[in-house]
Design a protein around this ligand. Structure first.
Ligand code: ZN
Length: 149
């Protein structure tokens, strides 16, 4: 099977049956993400234990890229520290936007590398990044409150 097909399978699978697609009723932090260009909406729930992400989930609707990316994001950061999650966010962001060496990053990112291909489609980069930006917003809220105005 081609690497590309394998990646497509990962995206289709997570779109069809998204993991951690639920609310966390006693979440410490909730953040909303909106990608009006595509119509993707994401809500990320976080439960922290000290600086460890004890539980993370999402709700949302939108295209296959945005929903599967959110599903894979929750798996990737579950049980990680805030610092580790932020590092993954930067690596993921770099993979879908930068021209840096891809092979090294793909290894570090595991299944998240399924989204490396969106670099060729600038409109889809926002779809892939939405869940990560929303997670980042939720984590920043933890550090210091985000001003709404
Ligand atoms: Zn989208």
């Amino acid at each position: 099977m081609e690497m590309r097909d394998l990646y497509q399978q990962v995206i289709l699978d997570h779109n069809r049956s998204p993991r951690n697609f639920r609310e966390i009723e006693d979440a410490d932090h909730v953040a909303h993400g909106d990608n009006p260009l595509c119509g993707d909406k994401i809500k990320v729930y976080l439960k922290l234990n000290g600086d460890v992400i004890e539980d993370v989930s999402f709700h949302g609707s939108g295209c296959a890229i945005s929903q599967s990316s959110a599903s894979l994001m929750t798996i990737a950061v579950m049980g990680k520290s805030i610092a580790e999650a932020e590092e993954l966010f930067h690596k993921f962001h770099g993979m879908v936007t930068a021209d840096a060496d891809q092979s090294a990053r793909r290894k570090e990112l595991g299944k998240l590398a399924a989204f490396a291909g969106v670099r060729e489609f600038p409109a889809r980069v926002k779809c892939a990044n939405l869940a990560w930006h929303t997670l980042h917003a939720a984590l920043c809220e933890h550090a210091e409150p985000v001003s709404t105005e």
